[in-house]
Design a protein around this ligand. Structure first.
Ligand SMILES: [Ca+2]
Ligand SMILES: [Ca+2]
Ligand SMILES: [Ca+2]
Length: 732
């Protein structure tokens, strides 16, 4: 199959490839506004806040403590949701208020066949460089049976023979159905304990979204995460043993944020109002859904809570060939874009700097009815076009059919995300201590660089670029850039990611004293391994004196001025390593590494670069004086600086000169003692500046000079003003 595909690729250009970009037009409700409100205190009643905002409450439900979804009539008939939200936000009891938007599955409509295809995307064939090589990763781990991966989706078919309920020797935990709206739910009621998928078909005129057959989206995603594997039947999942937790949040015409947010919290084991606690908390949450918006405060809030617990949230980027949908654009998630078999961006996939990395999303090569869809992402589904077929052993297909059918090819970033979520499952199985930040950084570490050409094509597609605006569509194949600003850090690779996961985790605890005690004894190796050695070293420009540098606990002498960096390298019994840095100043010692490798919290922001100039004060005599300054930086890769005197690079004969190595030479004469400012500007970030003052004293018996103190002060003020226009410096 792969060979014929390569031949095909040479004949048919990608612009003619089946490329069903899908958009969702915003829908209008009948005057009622649905809003998520978070209150500052649990003692505040949502009803009082609504009344104070002069809104009429239609309905409300507490999602979790302090977070509510409300349905209100606006204060005036034609008032916008934005105006209502502003009204609510003005209340001091309100932490945030955001619209309760609808999100949609990130599958594209299909057309097609049934075939027992090769699941190319799991293999390591060089003709399909985008394939993730799970086959090789499975030699290391096939997944921990105690690991839980949540699938926030349309529900699942528990009776699919290649999935089955865990109670029936299958992969699917009971889960929960969070859909509150009965029409959306399509199962005759609101929330319930049955997460099975009744179908999400839409008849024409049935809803304010396009008519469609049932998608069986959750069943498709579940099959990728973890179909029953090695059972000589159907498809293989990326994980073989881990449990899948179906959390039903999408139905007819998508689903509301209020249900999705509740489902996220519940999946992670957090209590949700009115719902029994989840006995099987998930370490990984897959969300193959989204729609256009900025990242709402509600998602930032919930994702922040989840990442602090060590839960990785994996979200598909979207299928509009546009800027990344929300919640994939939220900080802290792994946002997954879609690539073709050749490693180029598939036309429909959205893209941009929010993308973490990319994985196969399915591409057909052909366009015509009856042609093979060579690179479909084959998985489990159901044959029902509306209601499900019972115990249906159905799989997505690999032939393009004339009309939308359940067993057509499977395409969408919806299916790229669970490939990565499954890989993350293998990573956690190999090293359960990995936090969500570590999982993301090691997914990137294990990724393969994007090919810079589309193999087999005579006419090459353009390079991808970060979307400049909402109208900037890239809905055809493009070549992913290597700067991480379009399709992320690279092509997801299961073998690379699991190898990266197997590295130990360096942890550092710090005890301040006369000397600084640094301990890496709470570092940990991956499952089945132990730490065998420690090595501490000073890595910054300013050397730090260390003792016991090959022990778990070392001591460091803090610098008397400026910054020093100490790095510990921990090595396990398999020779694999991890490092952690500690930045030392005369008064502080900080590290972004966990104090204990089992700590799951992680910071979403890198520490700010800093630079200091030493000595902190000095004095020179005009005419003959020189002074050597040193700049020590931390939290940067390039610690080189440009020296300035009173804001002038290199200084001049009036204020004194400074060499590229920091040697200051005083001006020939000053009329009276004065001060100049010495700045070290970080070359890699001009907003980061180290400063010190230098006294320049008049030489004894000097009769005045070219520069008097007043003009120096005046000059300095002008420079300070000019610098302000360059932006705030020193502190970021
Ligand atoms: Ca229901
Ligand atoms: Ca149900
Ligand atoms: Ca199977």
């Amino acid at each position: 199959m792969a060979l014929s595909a390569a031949v095909y690729a040479g004949v048919i250009g990608p612009s003619s490839e089946l490329n069903p970009v899908r958009t969702h037009s915003p829908r209008n409700e009948d005057g009622v506004q649905q809003i998520i409100v978070k209150l500052r205190s649990p003692s505040v009643a949502a009803a009082n806040v609504v009344a104070r905002a002069r809104l009429t409450m239609r309905q409300s439900r507490q999602i979790v403590d302090r977070m509510h979804v409300i349905q209100v009539e606006p204060a005036a008939a034609n008032e916008t949701v934005a105006a209502t939200i502003d009204r609510l936000k003005n209340d001091p009891d309100v932490e945030y208020a955001v619209p309760d938007e609808r999100r949609y599955i990130h599958a594209v409509p299909n057309d097609s066949l049934y075939a027992t295809g090769g699941q190319w995307y799991l293999q390591g064939d060089p003709t399909t460089p985008a394939a993730v090589n799970a086959q090789a990763a499975w030699d290391i781990t096939t997944g921990d049976p105690n690991l839980v991966i949540a699938d926030l989706d349309t529900g699942v078919r528990f009776d699919h023979p290649d999935l089955l309920a865990a109670a029936n020797n299958g992969r699917l935990l009971p889960g929960y159905d969070f859909i509150g709206n009965t029409t959306t739910a399509n199962d005759g009621g609101g929330r319930d304990a049955d997460a099975s998928d009744p179908g999400d078909w839409v008849s024409s005129g049935d809803q304010s979204c396009d008519a469609q057959i049932s998608s069986w989206h959750g069943t498709r995603v579940a099959g990728i995460l973890g179909a029953l594997t090695n059972n000589a039947h159907g498809v293989a999942g990326i994980t073989w043993q881990s449990k899948i937790l179906p959390v039903r949040v999408l139905g007819k015409c998508g689903g509301y944020d209020s249900d999705i947010l509740a489902g996220m919290l519940w999946a992670a084991g957090q209590p949700v109002t009115g719902v029994p606690d989840n006995p099987n908390p998930a370490r990984i949450i897959n969300m193959s859904l989204g729609s256009k918006s900025a990242c709402p405060s509600s998602y930032s809030d919930v994702i922040g809570q989840l990442t602090a617990m060590g839960v990785l949230v994996v979200v598909s980027a979207g299928n509009e060939g546009a800027a990344v949908d929300s919640p994939a654009n939220c900080p802290g998630v792994a946002a997954i874009a879609g690539i073709r078999h050749a490693g180029t961006k598939v036309g429909f996939s959205s893209l941009g700097p929010e993308v973490t990395l990319s994985a196969p999303a399915g591409n057909c090569i052909g366009t015509g009815t009856g042609q093979p869809c060579v690179y479909s992402i084959q998985t489990t589904t159901n044959s029902g076009t509306t209601t499900p077929v019972a115990n249906d052993d159905a799989y997505t297909g690999t032939t393009i059919l004339a009309a939308d059918q359940p067993k057509g090819p499977n395409l969408g970033t919806s299916f790229a995300a669970p490939i990565v979520a499954g890989i993350a499952g293998l990573m956690v199985s190999a090293n359960r201590n990995l936090s969500s930040c570590q999982l993301i950084s090691r997914l990137k570490e294990g990724a393969v660089p994007f090919p810079q050409a589309s193999a087999g094509e005579a006419a090459q597609p353009p390079m991808c670029h970060p979307p400049a605006s909402s109208d900037d569509l890239q809905s055809l194949e493009c070549i992913c850039t290597l700067d991480g600003k379009t399709c992320g850090a690279g092509m997801a690779n299961a073998l690379g990611a699991v190898k990266a996961a197997l590295r130990p985790i360096a942890a550092v605890s710090i005890t301040q004293g006369q000397t600084v005690t640094l301990s890496a004894q709470n570092s940990a190796a991956a499952a089945g391994h132990g730490i065998s050695s420690y090595q501490w070293a000073s890595t910054g420009k300013q050397a730090i004196t260390l003792s016991n540098a090959t022990s778990a606990t070392a001591t460091a002498t803090a610098p008397s001025c400026g910054y020093g960096t100490v790095r510990v390298t921990v090595t396990d019994d398999a020779g694999l390593t991890d490092t952690a840095d500690v930045v030392l100043s005369p008064t502080t010692a900080t590290s972004t590494a966990p104090a204990n490798a089992s700590d799951k919290s992680c910071s979403l922001t890198a520490p700010d670069p800093v630079v200091a100039v030493c000595p902190g004060s000095a004095s020179v005599v005009a005419g003959s004086g020189t002074q050597t300054f040193t700049a020590s930086a931390a939290n940067v890769t390039d610690d080189s600086v440009t020296w300035e005197v009173n804001g002038i690079a290199g200084g001049n004969t009036d204020v004194g000169t400074i060499s590229s190595t920091g040697i200051y030479t005083a001006p020939a004469k000053v009329s009276a003692d004065t001060q100049v400012e010495i700045d070290a500007v970080l070359n890699s970030d001009h907003t980061v500046v180290g400063k010190t003052k230098l006294s320049v004293t008049a030489a004894k018996g000097s009769g005045g000079g070219t520069l008097d103190p007043l003009s120096l002060v005046g000059f300095g003020l002008i420079l300070a003003a000019a610098r302000r226009t360059r932006g705030v410096r020193h502190v970021r």
